[in-house]
Ligand binder design. Structure first.
Ligand SMILES: *Cc1c(COP(=O)(O)O)cnc(C)c1O
Length: 391
């Protein structure tokens, strides 16, 4: 008999009842250091006092109104995202997949209104993940996720991530956009090189296509920069955000330049919940914290501290870990043994981690993590890796 919750997940048998900062407390009385953060989503940890206060305050006033009306919190959030990014305009939605759907619509509509309706094709990268809706499954590179779901939204091509020759060869006068994650998350924490991102910008411009970045996972401070594209100094035309944007409150956004968004006129796109007052209170509260002077510099500093410590753990356990990769507080450990076994072992030791493609174990602490919590996590990794080696 089917379970009342549709069994689409392989679930770990733990439930959490409370969180505080970098820690989660389970219903059976255990405490875990959370370096998975709801998969890069609880960007400011659990029960952050400023977020709790702002969301509680808004919850007592107004949760939801339709986008038929002005929403001051939405205006404010958009203004702040625009002021702190390449973008001139933002559309709000509720998830990463929706943000990517929106980004794809923005890109195709741009060409449609600019006299090139034949430009529908989107060139994507191998190893990419863009969400679980039908179109984002076509954009992503996981055949298993697509299987059995009927006709696929077409107009998507895949070329090897990092390979400029393949990218160039895939471009044509039918290309609407290039879509990449500046750091692939689900694919296994694969950072694109700065040169690759810069070259994508040039290729997109040369072929008259738009450049779309999926920063759903790598954006919102995770790299020590508010957005990962800043590292290479390459601005996209369109960008999708979600995960860390609401620190666990469901908020997604499509950011675009004025040019990129030139097709998006009243009636072209919409969302019932997108940008509602409660979500915007959460998003604004996240920005309050992330834009505080020194916040991102601390992420960079702690990211470097974490990276160094992970590399020394890897060196101590060569039979378990092959290498470490990533940027800032978005790190991955390429495993020698099965990543799922390691995730279980770290959890048994009291540390939550999460697996990714390419047999990688992801290390995604809250951006508010302290050095002593990083030290504690490293101790737990040592314990877990020793336990795995002893087996
Ligand atoms: C998680 C993720 C998505 C999908 O986000 P959902 O909120 O699960 O729809 C899209 N792109 C990237 C890069 C992601 O990491």
């Amino acid at each position: 008999m089917v379970t009342s919750v549709m069994p689409t997940y392989g679930r770990i048998d733990i439930a959490f009842e409370r969180g505080e900062g970098s820690y989660l407390y389970s219903t059976d009385g255990r405490r875990f250091l959370d370096f998975a953060t709801g998969i890069a989503t609880n960007s400011l940890g659990h029960a952050h006092p400023h977020l709790v206060a702002k969301v509680q305050e808004q919850a007592g006033k107004l949760w939801h109104v339709s986008n038929l009306y002005n929403i001051p919190g939405q205006q404010q959030f958009a203004d702040r995202l625009v002021a702190n990014s390449f973008a001139d305009t933002c559309f709000f939605c509720n998830s990463g997949a929706e943000a990517m759907e929106g980004a794809l619509k923005v890109a195709r509509k741009y060409h449609f209104v600019n006299g090139n309706p034949e430009r529908e094709e989107v060139v994507c990268a191998t190893g990419s993940f863009h969400g679980r809706t039908l179109a984002t499954l076509s954009a992503g590179d996981n055949e298993k996720y697509r299987e059995g779901f009927g006709p696929r939204p077409d107009g998507f091509k895949h070329v090897a991530f990092g390979n400029l020759n393949e990218m160039r060869a895939a471009m044509s006068d039918k290309t609407a956009a290039i879509v990449v994650e500046p750091i692939q998350g689900e694919g296994g924490i694969n950072p694109a090189s700065d040169d690759y991102l810069r070259a994508l910008r040039e290729i997109a411009d040369e072929f008259g296509a738009l450049l779309v970045f999926d920063e759903v996972q790598c954006g919102m401070g995770r790299t020590g920069h508010l957005f990962a594209y800043e590292i290479a100094g390459v601005a996209p035309d369109v960008m999708a955000l979600a995960k860390g944007l609401g620190s666990g409150f469901p908020v997604g956004a499509v950011l675009a330049s004025e040019k990129g968004a030139s097709g998006m006129t009243p009636g072209t796109h919409g969302s019932t919940y997108g940008g509602n007052p409660l979500a915007m209170a959460a998003g604004n509260a996240v920005l309050d914290v992330m834009l505080e002077p020194g916040f991102l510099a601390t992420v960079t500093e702690n990211g470097a501290y974490l990276r160094k410590a992970l590399e020394s753990v890897a060196k101590r356990h060569p039979k378990v870990i092959e290498s470490v990769r990533g940027v800032g507080l978005m790190q991955g450990m390429k495993c020698v043994v099965t990543n799922l076994d390691l995730m279980t072992a770290t959890r048994d030791a009291g540390l939550l981690t999460v697996v990714a493609g390419d047999n990688v174990l992801r290390i995604l602490p809250p951006l508010t993590v302290s050095k002593s919590e990083i030290d504690e996590a490293i101790g737990l990794l040592d314990t877990a890796f020793s336990a795995v080696t002893a087996k």
